[in-house]
Design a protein around this ligand. Structure first.
Ligand SMILES: *Cc1c(COP(=O)(O)O)cnc(C)c1O
Length: 942
């Protein structure tokens, strides 16, 4: 027996004799012999990676603590879109620190995702109510990208104009992201004073901030009316807390409202992750980016939730898509919505009033001491006019323990938040030489700007205000969802691996969570050191010259990487290079991202084995030689095979003057064995939420860093707070900075050998499953020696043809066995793509295979005529508790066959909450908010 003594051996599932057995089953002596056979010799790294020696969990935590301890947690009054907030303990412990919530996948399998779907519907309801608009999504990546998405949404109505007008009082980081995102689309951004704006020919949208970046609350009603008359789409970036007391944008003519829900109980985390939001008028809903949750019913009439309007996903729209967003910010949207559930409308108003009255009190005290404050109605933000003295007061405030916003030599911004105390504003006032503020009542805005419509009247926001009720609500929703703490989730391409507890723990440290993204450099030394180490390690792992951690999802990495390629061509006078070759098997985000940087997508054929058709590639490269910008290629391919030709593919593209973009979603098959840089790619994004252990959070957050070869380094994303200011793709300089600690811990604990062994073990797991299932379901594609890479595609179509059972039926039936379906019908219709990862033990792999083989038996029974073609275990799956236990049972099979087809289910059974949800009904009757208390009461009484 071998004992598991280090982190690596606990991260990796199959170990010791288990591993030996698996290797024996597939006919290899050792992990390295298997890897030698599976990975083409021509792309194998010569040397092992140069990474620090692996640390134990305790050592790594101590090391990280010593680095992050160099941060200074200073009370922030900086504002500018990021605010202090109290994460309610019950939410911190039961959501943020609870694998039942954070290890779930995107809720595509609705019947086993009702918990987070309800939480997300609450989020949409909250945003819809606060903004006063018709419909909201759940969610976007941050406020800056949300504003950019709003512009593309406005563009979707195909206006004549090409210009967007932006108020100079928007948050500067929002303007920067907007400038990046609009330039490749050939749009002009006009920045100015909204009070002087006259609708002009060519302007199709206008963006304002409410309250604005200097804290002023303006009345946009007349301005918006005039815009509307001139065909201009009105976009507002708004503050969620202010909206609890201010008039809703939908009531003064906004068409789209965007913002961040961070200050609803989500830590600042040096910039993220936080849930951006978007709400819009009904007329725009079918073009709205991101995921929308809708209400539908199951076959037994029970209401349930699901992702609505799935046809909008990039997978279907591809190069017609106007947005590439895939991974969003689900966990953070869940937290923000639960903040509102916990406090309820009165609680939120109370928080807003407290924040406002402290701000007003501070203003009065400062003015009394002769400090002038910029005029105008305000909510929580003041701008002190201190000609020539900003630096002096900034230093005095810091001395007293507070960060203010340094606007320029003459102005300082001061924002209060939920965490601001009376003692703090007294101490801050003293730093300005003012006496202690006196309590202030009333509001500093005209009545006409006050909210007078009720909000959050729904049951969810008015029922769970005691901690006991809240705790049970969270538990109830959690228990409806299948996450990694229940069973393996073998989603091909999505790499659902272990998210180790020790990797997650640092997120709760104040020196990680409580840092403002624009805090002075001297206070963020630890963060910079941690991020720079991670950049170095990822550069080593990918074989690239440099890495940017800014992109906050894989899709954003694609965008940033293609933008770098575009800028590189431009810098060489090759502005005309705009053709992007993309294999037809590529993930939908690829063509969507290419279009967003202004490239023209040309599809490359794949052969029947899923490999890129080399003849087609050569012909297309020749045809577009003069205008070739890039090839986007996924490696190993989306078909789960190491293509032998990858090196020559890169050479063909380079020879024609193009750059190679590698989609690194499948990096889990490469780490330590080969690398994108070594293979010959020029840029590659990683999904840290796939390969590097950041949990999926039920559909986000993610981090999508890009690594680039030396010629592209100058074109990496910058930020106003960094040396390089151009090409910001996110609101914060390091995007979702805080969760990088997870990947940092993973690499620190695994070291070179551990990472390499993880890759080999992932290949072992996939091949073990392929070998066990091949006799029942054909394996669609294999490479060298009949091996797959880290995932395998099983073909359900032959069985479908004979039985009428679809791949969806198989996916739903897996729920009765306690499993989440593998990736369904992608990249090939009628198939399942299985990626077990290195973290799953042989026992769990066997349990999954047993379930699949048992399902094969159920299908065979239909083919043989032993089971009914329509009333069978698969067509009626999943079977929820009420149906199994109901008085009526009309099926020709037994309840036992339905609910307990294999013995392990008697030990533990995960019950699907619903029968199969009706997708068509849901899209026809689109309902995207939750019910009011009255509607619930009426339904209960009926
Ligand atoms: C997951 C994935 C993406 C998109 O990444 P997100 O983080 O969801 O934006 C792109 N390509 C492939 C192949 C993927 O699997």
């Amino acid at each position: 027996m071998s004992a598991r003594l280090d982190f690596r051996s606990r991260h990796i599932g199959p170990f010791g004799s288990e591993r030996e057995e698996m290797l024996r089953d597939i006919g290899y002596e050792s992990l390295s012999a298997l890897a030698d056979a599976a990975v083409p010799a021509g792309i194998r790294l010569d040397d092992s990676l140069n990474l620090p020696e692996p640390k134990s969990e305790q050592e790594a935590l101590t090391w990280l603590k010593s680095i992050m301890g160099k941060n200074q947690v200073v009370k922030s009054f900086i504002g500018q879109g990021y605010h202090g907030t109290h994460v309610p303990g019950v939410i911190q412990r039961n959501i943020l620190e609870n694998p039942g919530w954070y290890t779930a996948y995107t809720p595509y399998q609705a019947e086993i995702a009702q918990g987070r779907l309800e939480a997300l519907l609450n989020f949409q309801t909250m945003i819809t109510d606060l903004t006063g608009l018709d419909i909201a999504n759940a969610s976007l990546l941050d406020e800056g990208t949300a504003a950019a998405e709003a512009v593309t949404l406005a563009l979707s109505s195909k206006p004549k104009g090409k210009a967007i007008w932006v108020s100079d009082r928007c948050h500067p980081q929002t303007i920067d992201v907007l400038l990046t995102r609009t330039e490749p689309l050939g749009l002009e951004v006009i920045i100015g004073d909204w009070e002087k704006f006259e609708p002009t020919e060519g302007v199709f949208a206008a963006l304002v901030q409410y309250p604005d970046t200097r804290g002023r609350i303006d009345d946009f009603e007349a301005f918006f009316r005039k815009n509307t008359e001139n065909g201009i789409v009105n976009i507002v970036a708004a503050d969620v807390l202010a909206l609890t007391v201010l008039k809703a944008p939908g009531e003064f003519g906004a068409d789209i409202c965007v913002g961040s829900s961070q200050r609803f109980g989500v830590p600042m985390g040096f910039g993220g992750p936080h849930a951006g939001f978007m709400a819009c008028k009904d007329a725009l809903k079918r073009k709205m980016p991101g995921r929308i949750i809708g209400v539908s019913v199951d076959p037994y009439g029970k209401p349930g939730y699901r992702l609505a309007l799935q046809t909008r996903e990039q997978h279907i729209r591809r190069d017609k898509a106007t947005s590439n967003i895939c991974t969003a910010q689900v966990l953070l949207a869940v937290m923000a919505s639960m903040f509102a559930v916990y406090h309820g409308p009165e609680g939120l108003i109370h928080i807003a009033n407290e924040v406002h009255s402290k701000t007003a009190a501070l203003k009065a005290a400062l003015e009394k001491a002769g400090i002038a404050i910029e005029e105008g109605p305000f909510f929580d933000t003041l701008v002190a006019k201190v000609p020539g003295k900003a630096a002096t007061y900034l230093a005095a405030a810091l001395e007293a323990g507070f960060n203010l916003r340094s606007i320029d030599a003459d102005h300082l911004g001061i924002s209060c938040d939920e965490t601001t105390t009376l003692e703090e504003i007294a101490a801050l006032a003293a730093a300005f030489g003012a006496s202690a503020p006196e309590a202030s009542t009333g509001t500093a805005w005209p009545d006409s700007l006050s909210r007078n419509t009720p909000f959050l009247t729904q049951k969810a926001f008015n029922s769970y205000h005691s901690e006991t009720e809240m705790l049970r609500y969270l538990k109830r929703l959690e228990s409806r969802d299948l996450a990694l703490n229940e069973s393996m989730i073998a989603l091909g391409s999505c790499t659902m691996k272990l998210n180790a507890t020790s990797e997650m723990m640092p997120l709760s440290w104040p020196e990680v969570s409580s840092i403002h993204p624009f805090a002075p450099e001297a206070q963020t030394v630890g963060y910079r050191e941690m991020l720079s180490l991670l950049e170095d390690w990822l550069a080593e792992i990918t074989g690239f010259a440099a890495v940017s951690l800014q992109p906050n999802a894989g899709s954003q990495g694609e965008y940033a990487g293609l933008l770098a390629i575009r800028s590189y061509h431009k810098s060489r006078g090759d502005d005309h290079r705009n053709i992007c070759l993309i294999p037809v098997s590529a993930h939908g985000t690829n063509p969507a991202s290419a279009v967003m940087v202004g490239m023209k997508v040309v599809g490359v054929k794949c052969d029947e084995n899923g490999n890129i058709d080399m003849q087609d590639l050569a012909a297309l490269t020749e045809k577009h030689r003069d205008n070739l910008a890039a090839l986007m290629v996924t490696y190993p391919s989306t078909h789960g095979v190491f293509e032998e030709t990858i090196r020559s593919i890169c050479e063909i593209i380079h020879e024609a003057g193009g750059q190679v973009y590698m989609d690194g979603a499948n990096m889990n098959a490469q780490v330590g064995l080969t690398s994108p840089g070594f293979i010959g790619a020029d840029v590659c994004h990683l999904n840290l939420h796939k390969t590097f252990c950041i949990p999926h959070g039920g559909g986000g957050p993610g981090v999508g860093p890009i690594g680039v070869a030396s010629q592209l380094v100058p074109f990496l994303p910058g930020h106003a707070t960094l040396e390089n200011k151009a090409n910001a793709v996110c609101s914060a300089p390091w995007g979702s900075a805080s969760i990088n600690t997870i990947s940092w811990m993973y690499i620190a604990m695994m070291g070179t050998e551990g990472l390499t062994e993880a890759t080999q073990s992932a290949i072992l797991g996939a091949n073990y499953i392929a070998r066990r299932l091949a006799e029942f379901f054909p394996i669609l594609y294999t490479g060298n020696e009949g091996l797959v890479a880290h995932e395998c595609i099983i073909d359900v179509r032959p069985l479908s043809d004979q039985s009428g059972v679809t791949v969806e039926d198989v996916a739903k039936r897996l729920m009765d066995y306690g499993f989440h379906s593998p990736t369904m019908s992608w990249p090939v219709g009628g198939t399942l793509m299985i990626e077990p990862t290195e973290s799953e033990s042989k026992a769990e792999l066997d349990r999954f295979c047993d379930a699949m083989i048992s399902i094969h038996g159920e299908i065979t029974a239909i083919i043989r005529g032993e089971a009914d073609a329509n009333d069978n275990l698969l067509k009626n799956a999943p079977h929820p508790t009420e149906v199994i236990c109901g008085n009526e049972w009309t099926h020709v099979y037994t309840r036992e066959q339905a609910a307990f087809p294999l013995p392990y289910l008697r030990q533990h059974k995960f019950w699907p909450y619903l029968g199969r949800i009706d997708n068509v009904h849901g899209d026809r009757n689109l309902v995207c908010t939750c019910d009011t208390v009255e509607a619930y009461a009426a339904a209960a009484g009926a």
